[in-house]
Design a protein around this ligand. Structure first.
Ligand code: GLU
Length: 468
């Protein structure tokens, strides 16, 4: 069996949003699922609109999501010599020909065709045929190169998403594959690359469906069998428009900065156009085991922020505490907060992450929670006033004294709280809520004994003693 070889071939002309990066995720997952090779190719021939900055965001976004490539990045601008060599070869073999029709002539032709209600297409004036005499070559005109598209018959492929597609060759005129200055055109570069890179499966956005029959014809002319194609439907935003920067889409890297776990975004994007039964939550490993081209969705995926957050929350719950700790450290460093030494390494920060992660969708939210361990808290005066009263103030003072001497661990702290409740005849919330407000700055937290145990004893005592 031939080895699977897939590619992601972005044009670095804008920033890359979730919809774009899905076209990287699927070929990556398919390559990984089949012990194949995943190639990154940067299609930067639109020099005016391409930028290094856009390349950086692509590379950074893929790195963050763990979409590692085995070959590349290849840059089309660095392959010009190769394209020109193939062009020459095609001219030599009679698979392509120079066309001297001027722009004015082409315009006039188009107008005539439109007036006759015909589809505008090149009429083959310069196409060499046996027994045909070509017009005299005009002086001072640099020709374009056109591909000699087959006449008659049709191009057929079984698209993995769209099913069988058949396009009559009569619909396709002779495509310009090189401009008058000799530079190759877009479709030609793609074909040469897919051929040279031995691509077996082209998985890309369905905005390229119309290019496919032309690409197949050129490949076949060069003696190659076309790869398998899977044209992914568009990703729509929440308003049902095509996802784009103009319509408010965010760059992929922004999700990283907002604290989403890469595995969660991978999971979410994988589901946005592919399914494995009813599974909504899966790990990267499961995705790699399960991914195939037989369960790609046919209709457009619609981005849903609430669903992304839900998926993200499930992944926070499953995430390794050490990984979360390192991401939370990054979040604090972005905020310019220096962590106390005890949280810079060791098991305390991971334990904190473990305790609070169930309540979060992102590591930004987790860092928000954990800031109670990092700096001062400022409970709202109104809330404090509502919770503190003559009955529980002395109880809190008594609890503080008990906490001075107990073993500093959850079980003993719990016992100290219970003993205090017994002594003063109070119920759990009457003690636990003011303790939370004073120590954590908020009335709701996970189990109070577990939360307290992760503070330094002195911090808890100081904060409890603030009761006026
Ligand atoms: N460069 C094209 C794009 O960004 C992709 C071409 C392809 O995958 O064949 O849409």
């Amino acid at each position: 069996m031939t080895q699977v070889r897939t590619r992601f071939a972005p044009s670095p002309t804008g920033f890359i949003h979730l919809g774009n990066i899905r076209s990287a995720l699927y070929p990556w997952a398919f390559a990984r699922a089949n012990q194949g090779v995943f190639i990154l190719r940067i299609e930067d021939t639109d020099v005016e609109r391409s930028s290094q900055e856009a390349v950086d965001v692509i590379v950074e976004g893929m790195k963050w999501l763990g979409l590692d490539h085995d070959e590349g990045p290849f840059f089309q601008m660095q392959r010009m010599d190769r394209y020109k060599a193939v062009l020459k070869d095609m001219l030599d073999k009679g698979l392509a020909y120079p066309c001297y029709m001027s722009t004015q002539e082409l315009d006039a032709l188009r107008e005539r065709q439109m007036a006759n209600k015909e589809k505008p297409r090149y009429d083959g004036t310069w196409r060499p045929e046996p027994g045909k005499t070509l017009p005299p070559i005009p002086e001072g005109v640099q020709p374009v190169i056109r591909f000699k598209n087959p006449i008659g018959g049709s191009v057929v492929w079984e698209d993995k998403v769209k099913g069988r597609i058949e396009i009559s060759n009569d619909e396709l005129d002779d495509l310009v594959i090189a401009r008058p200055d000799g530079t190759p055109t877009y479709n030609f570069c793609v074909v040469v690359d897919d051929m040279d890179m031995g691509i077996t499966h082209v998985i890309r956005g369905d905005d390229h469906v119309n290019n496919t029959p032309r690409q197949i014809n050129i490949l076949r002319a060069m003696g190659m069998e076309p790869p398998v194609y899977a044209h992914l439907p568009t990703v729509l935003n929440e308003q049902g428009e095509k996802m784009s920067k103009r319509h408010g889409a965010k760059a992929v890297t922004q999700y990283r900065d907002e604290g989403y776990l890469a595995d969660a975004v991978v999971n979410y994007l994988a589901r946005l156009g592919w399914s494995h039964g009813d599974d909504e939550i899966f790990s990267r490993q499961q995705l790699i085991e399960w991914f195939n081209l037989d369960h790609l969705g046919k209709s457009a995926g619609q981005f849903d922020e609430a669903k992304l957050r839900w998926v993200a929350q499930q992944h926070m719950k499953m995430a390794d505490d050490q990984l979360l700790a390192s991401l939370v450290r990054e979040q604090f460093s972005r905020r310019g907060v220096t962590l106390p030494a005890v949280l810079q390494s060791g098991d305390t920060l991971p334990a904190m992450c473990g305790l609070f992660k169930d309540r979060c969708s992102t590591t930004v939210e987790l860092a928000d929670w954990l800031s109670m361990y990092v700096g001062d808290v400022a409970p709202s005066a109104d809330e404090l006033a509502a919770q503190l009263n003559d009955a529980n103030k002395p109880a809190l003072a008594a609890l503080a004294s008990r906490l001075e001497t107990v073993a500093w661990e959850k079980g003993a702290i719990n016992q100290a709280i219970k003993d205090t409740m017994g002594e003063f005849g109070l119920k759990m919330p009457q003690v636990a809520i003011p303790v939370r407000l004073l120590v954590c700055g908020r009335a709701q937290t996970p189990s109070v004994d577990a939360v307290l145990a992760l503070f330094e004893r002195d911090v808890v005592l100081q904060r409890l003693k603030k009761i006026a």
